[in-house]
Ligand binder design. Structure first.
Ligand code: FES
Ligand SMILES: [Fe+2]
Length: 340
């Protein structure tokens, strides 16, 4: 198994208009993304076969992509269908082909899979309750100067919330938390058992009558995290992040806050949006600092019990990096107590 075997978001559906080409980077590969005449997304290696200009600097007409340098025209398979300097003598030849990648469109995202296989072995992740009745979502995109592993770890890390997001997300009063962490089938699941309402100024809205909170954080290989809170009936929230590796040190993160707050959902939307951007902006800064230190001194982590979830995430991503299938790692469940 390789990281190239999975699907990665390259754009929001609405970002890719017809007759437009987007430049993207996934796992270090440069991509030119556009739509065919029928609206199907296409991903070609961002390199013209002629004199190697960037196709993403060209233009799209009627679903064909034209290189900006000498005007060669490419179809959705990467084949060259016109060479202006050859005029009417032009004949298509199989040797002239830009590299083409798998694409699909789902849940308002455009995905690319870089596998060399004829058919990708996985499907894209399904975003929870996307456009389901009674559910609303806020979608935001942030670039992190750090790698996917450290981003994913941050998104399901509880201990940092006290210091990085003071007052917004969690107030510290040394609350004892119990969590059961399980690694199974390339997934990590952390269930919290005794979480009290400790959510700063959100408490009054989210859990005014102090119901028992259901809180579960998950990681799905290779790059998805999901935070789920059910505070009370009609107060249900998912924060789902897809961390897309641009390079070793740059990650583009697409985050959905998906919520069902009953009659308050419409009114809540701007607050959810504001809070999501504020929280993620704080994480962007702390992960930038972490990356600077890793660049200078190398990555060497120390672990506490509260980091068990990260150790499992790292084991899964390390397995893929080594070409192994993380689903063959032994299942493990650990009970952990920590304080926030
Ligand atoms: S480099 Fe693309 S047409 Fe010449
Ligand atoms: Fe955070």
């Amino acid at each position: 198994m390789k990281f190239e075997d999975f699907w990665y978001v390259v754009a929001l559906s609405k970002q890719l208009k017809s007759n437009q080409v987007l430049s993207r980077q996934v796992l270090g590969e440069w991509l030119a993304i556009f739509r065919t005449k029928n609206g199907k997304p296409v991903a070609l290696q961002d390199r013209c076969t002629h004199r190697n200009s960037r196709l993403s600097c060209g233009k799209v007409q009627q679903g064909y992509l034209q290189c900006p340098y000498h005007g060669w025209v490419y179809d959705e398979s990467g084949g060259v269908v016109s060479i202006p300097s050859e005029g009417e003598n032009f004949k298509p030849r199989a040797s002239l082909k830009a590299k083409q990648y798998h694409t699909c469109e789902q849940d308002g995202f455009i995905y690319v899979c870089l596998t060399e296989e004829i058919k990708p072995q996985f499907s894209p992740f399904s975003m929870p309750y996307y456009q389901q009745p009674g559910w609303h979502y806020v979608r935001v995109v942030h670039r992190f100067n750090n790698n996917v592993t450290n981003c994913a770890e941050n998104f399901i890390d509880i201990p940092h919330t006290v210091s990085v997001h003071p007052g917004i997300f969690r107030k510290s009063y040394q609350q004892k938390l119990e969590m059961t962490v399980t690694r199974t089938q390339g997934t990590v699941i952390a269930n919290y058992h005794n979480e009290d309402t400790n959510l700063g100024w959100w408490t009054r809205f989210l859990n005014p009558s102090h119901h028992k909170i259901y809180h579960s954080d998950r990681f799905f290989m290779p790059n998805i995290t999901s935070v789920e809170y059910q505070f009370a009936p009609r107060r249900h929230l998912f924060i789902t992040s897809q961390s897309v590796p641009e390079t070793e040190t740059s990650t583009l993160v697409y985050t959905d806050a998906t919520f069902s707050y009953g009659i308050w959902s419409y009114l809540a939307t701007p607050f959810v949006s504001y809070t999501a951007k504020r929280i993620i902006g704080q994480d962007v800064k702390i992960l930038q600092i972490q990356q600077e230190v890793i660049e200078k001194y190398g990555e060497k982590f120390a672990h506490t019990q509260a980091d068990t979830i990260h150790v499992f995430v790292e084991s899964i991503r390390k397995a893929i990096a080594q070409g192994k299938d993380p689903r063959t790692l032994p299942d493990k469940t650990i009970e952990v107590t920590f304080w926030v």
